[in-house]
Ligand binder design. Structure first.
Ligand code: FES
Length: 166
């Protein structure tokens, strides 16, 4: 990738980051919120995007990678506009998460790491989402859907495809 093709934060974003960094004792403390911004702006955190974040915060790429690879909410691969993260840990598994995950993969016609043809959906199996009382839990982008069922997830997918807010 040439320098001109490298991802770049907008001027507005850079100003936002500048203001954010000033609130912390060091630029490194702003790493997680800046990674969130990068993920929001570029969809996922490619290696070039991680390098850009490192450059903006004057960190080493390894310092950025340590955070990106530790937290599951940071995505290194492209995914659909809506990422359906199905928790299959103990509480969710006991409440039908395995069956729900299998159903949703079949319903969408994709497996983990894939994107539906319309670019709207990807699916992933994740560890405990920390909302066990609502098992089974499906996180869709930043929103938790508790007591999820095949019907409720199909309804959500239908709404998204119809262009409705979820
Ligand atoms: S086991 Fe699924 S939210 Fe905890």
């Amino acid at each position: 990738m040439s320098a001109s093709e490298m991802p770049k934060f907008s001027e507005e974003r850079l100003a936002e980051i500048d203001a954010l960094v000033k609130r912390y004792p060091s630029a490194k403390s702003a790493l997680m919120p800046v990674l969130y911004m990068a993920q929001q702006d570029f969809g996922y955190l490619s290696m070039d995007t991680q390098q850009m974040v490192a450059d903006v915060l004057q960190l080493r790429l390894m310092e950025v990678r340590e955070v990106v690879t530790f937290y599951t909410m940071f995505k290194e691969q492209p995914h659909g506009k809506y990422l359906l993260e199905v928790c299959t840990n103990a509480s969710c598994m006991l409440n039908g998460a395995d069956e729900l995950y299998a159903h949703m993969k079949e319903y969408l016609g994709i497996g983990p790491g894939e994107i539906t043809e319309d670019g709207l959906f990807s699916i992933a199996e994740v560890e405990c989402a920390g909302a066990c009382a609502g098992a089974p839990v499906v996180q869709v982008n930043n929103i938790y859907h508790e007591k999820a069922t095949a019907e409720s997830m199909e309804a959500l997918i239908t709404k998204v495809r119809a262009g409705e807010a979820i």
